[in-house]
Design a binder for this molecule. Structure first.
Ligand code: ZN
Length: 405
């Protein structure tokens, strides 16, 4: 079932080899609901299940006209090649001094894993939740598997940062991190609002296992441009800054805006920051908010002044990542347009945007703007110097080497 596939990158630079750990079968994009799973390689055999749009099953092998998949029961089933395709779960080899960011395509939500540079650096998870999956998005099972593979490669206990208590930012955590003991846990916003399903029990178990849960208040950060102490929230050779947290008057505006800085490279995570949140970060850190890869606030929304002009001008990102799914029309077209001039040029790749009436047709984007629901899993790698390397597994055209200041 597992295949090992090594390919030589077209790029010179850090990525020389990649390992595809496991192949999976997903419905093709044109499948609107499901693909039938048959008992044998004939559509006249018994139907033994359905492969729903937006879901996947482990790939076993192929025979003429059919892919063989493994069902949850362990039985094998047959799905038509006309309606399905095989894709790989990518786990690239990583150099020790690389900072690697995995923006996981969890649909309408956010889930990022950071592999920090340096020997024995602890990995970090920033948000993990969804409120709706689209074609090719990773459900909880696939996300858990992907995150586990990353964390298993690290000795140190991971740290977790949740921007704010909304399901699309923490709902997957109890399952994805079920058997993972964390070191530090940072919960943005009101801790009493983290009440979803099994999260409170999971948190108690984490505490019992030694995890430190940090209370966040603006007073904890003196905003003197010092990074967070590394035993609170370390990232190896990179530094971690809280640009603002709990500065608003509602869960979204309380989002933790966090920056990871590694030499000339910066990555900024915004949760569902609103205009007020972004303004507070600017007030705290002024021009130092300049970054390289910016996770767009609130999945690329423009409500409550998220992604406002001053924020874009000051952060001046070379790359923007929109973590979004099939609902809400995120990212909004007016926000995508605002980022056009800020970001660098990139090879032509598909993206999409929406407005009040829903999604527009897919765009052929030549700016460094990437959308998880279209481009799939997005992996950014940096050794601290220009250029960064970016690739994705869900569309063509997003394998790029991007220079930055
Ligand atoms: Zn959100």
């Amino acid at each position: 079932m597992k295949s090992l596939l090594v390919w030589v990158s077209l790029l010179s630079g850090i990525f020389l080899f990649e390992t595809v750990l496991a192949d999976i079968v997903i419905p093709r994009n044109r499948v609107t609901h499901h693909v039938n799973i048959y008992e044998s390689d004939s559509s006249s055999s018994s139907e033994i299940g359905e492969l729903l749009s937006g879901s996947s099953l482990p790939y076993v092998r192929s025979v003429p006209r059919w892919h063989v998949v493994e069902l949850a029961s362990g039985k094998e089933g047959f799905v038509s090649k006309s309606f399905t395709k095989v894709i790989g779960e990518i786990r690239p080899e990583r150099a020790q001094n690389e900072l690697r960011l995995h923006y996981i395509n969890v649909g309408a939500g956010m889930c990022t894993v950071v592999e920090c540079p340096g020997p024995k650096a602890p990995p970090m998870i920033i948000d993990c939740g969804t409120v709706g999956l689209g074609d090719n998005d990773r459900n909880t099972t696939r996300t858990k598997k992907y995150v586990k593979k990353i964390l298993d490669a690290h000795e140190k206990k991971p740290n977790l940062v949740v921007s704010h208590p909304h399901k699309d930012h923490y709902g997957m955590i109890p399952e994805v991190l079920k058997s993972v003991q964390l070191n530090n846990i940072w919960l943005g916003g009101d801790h009493d609002r983290y009440k979803l399903s099994d999260f409170p029990d999971w948190l108690e178990k984490q505490k019992a296992g030694g995890a430190k849960v940090h209370n966040e208040s603006p007073e904890d950060f003196d905003n003197d441009n010092s990074p967070i102490k590394s035993d609170w929230l370390g990232c190896g050779l990179a530094s971690v800054y809280t640009l603002t947290v709990n500065s608003g008057d509602n869960p979204n505006s309380n989002s933790h805006i966090l920056e990871i800085r590694y030499q000339d490279f910066g990555a900024t995570f915004t949760g569902d920051a609103e205009g007020d949140t972004e303004e507070q970060a600017l007030e705290n850190y002024s021009e130092k908010v300049k970054t390289t890869v910016l996770s767009a606030s609130h999945h690329g929304a423009s409500t409550h002044r998220s992604n406002h002009e001053e924020w874009i001008k000051a952060t001046d990102p070379e790359v923007v990542v929109f973590s979004s799914g099939p609902s809400f029309g995120h990212p909004k077209c007016n926000v995508v347009k605002r980022y056009d001039d800020a970001v660098e040029a990139a090879p032509p790749h598909p993206t999409r945007c929406g407005d009040r009436s829903g999604f527009k047709k897919k765009l052929r984007n030549t700016r460094a703007q990437f959308v998880t629901s279209v481009n799939g899993l997005i992996v950014v790698s940096s050794n601290g110097e220009s250029p960064l390397l970016l690739k994705c597994d869900g569309s063509s055209g997003c394998k790029a080497e991007i220079a930055h200041d």
